[in-house]
Design a protein around this ligand. Sequence first.
Ligand SMILES: CC(C)(COP(=O)(O)OP(=O)(O)OC[C@H]1O[C@@H](n2cnc3c(N)ncnc32)[C@H](O)[C@@H]1OP(=O)(O)O)[C@@H](O)C(=O)NCCC(=O)NCCS
Length: 379
Amino acid sequence: MEFREPIPGLENVPIKYTKITYIDGEKGELYYRGYNIVDLFNNSTYEETAYLLLFGKLPSPHDLEKFKEHMFEGRRTALEVIEEVSRLSTENALDRIKIGLILATKYVDSWPRFRGKQVVVDELLAVAPKILGLVHALTAYAVSLDPNIVEENLEASCAELLCKALVSDCMQKHIHILDKLLIVYADHGLSASAFAATVVASTLSSLLYALEAAISALQGPLHGGALEKVARMLEAIPLEKVEEYVSRKLAQKEKLMGFGHRVYKTYDPRAKLLKRLAAKLALNNNGLREAYLKAIALELHALKTLAAKRVYPNVDFWAATLLLIMGVRPENQLPVFVYSRTAGWLAHIIEYLENNKILRPRAIYRGPLGLKYRPLESR
Ligand SMILES: CC(C)(COP(=O)(O)OP(=O)(O)OC[C@H]1O[C@@H](n2cnc3c(N)ncnc32)[C@H](O)[C@@H]1OP(=O)(O)O)[C@@H](O)C(=O)NCCC(=O)NCCS
């Protein structure tokens, strides 16, 4: 059999057709199901956006009510899981969410079934809102460690539940900002985490295990892990040292966290939207405005060098700044990404399963053959 050369990082290798998300990296545009992210950001809510990603159309008022009821059912299911997770010793919020997903397989029927040769996609779409609610509840507990947080907010909006769990002094303006943040993070095509989830789902494993894999992929610093790193960087550098920090990093050919993107070769449209929100919030927030001032200074100095390479701030840069201004600790920032992106992950998994084929690429063998085994003592 003939083989082509390996393609590092599978860059630009298509594995499916999609109707979920379109990204124009040259123009800096992002669309969910045909709707420009700017339009959704200005006019939609996270609940509507999650529905849109999963079901391919904006919900009617009735659709939205049903969708929320199913999410609330997922939150209620999570109560038993949270009880179990709370008894375990866990390292961090993401571990708590992952363990919760594994334990939840007892309570949620999350395994794909067949009708003839086809996966029954309708069943997966029916359970998806419940799983989304479950993940939201697990995340709310994981960041707050408050065993009552979900029960006390069982029918709160997604942004409100998150705000109560995350922000010590949660106000209406914070809920509004989190709602917008959740919209921009809800999907981004076949990112490493969406791909990891798809690989697991393609074996017809549980949707909950697929989500667990997605979170593991997200944790790396080249993907969502950048969010926490940006937050820690902004906390660590004093404002008057920002210019020196940027110059040193770039002189040493090191990467600045929160800059650059594999797809966007211009300003990330999500970063643009979040930067505006950060500016507004910082103006009204004397105490924590420092993070915003540092971010502005960092962007200014970095772009003097990086704009020529078409490297701009990405979504994580401005999301981390925004969350810091709201007082969200760096270690609690990546769970916000999980809270939001679960909608996109589920949409991608289910879309792939419509025409499922197990994802099984090949490695081209270049090692020796015919070696003879020698007993341990003679080696
Ligand atoms: C996201 C990322 C992995 C994309 O990488 P990529 O598309 O493979 O781009 P490359 O790494 O090939 O970079 C192209 C050029 O821009 C430079 N560059 C890219 N991102 C940079 C950054 N964050 N800081 C400084 N320089 C950067 C590279 O050094 C390279 O310069 P060179 O041509 O002089 O060698 C990369 O930009 C990065 O590591 N960013 C920091 C981590 C981050 O914020 N991740 C979140 C992504 S949403």
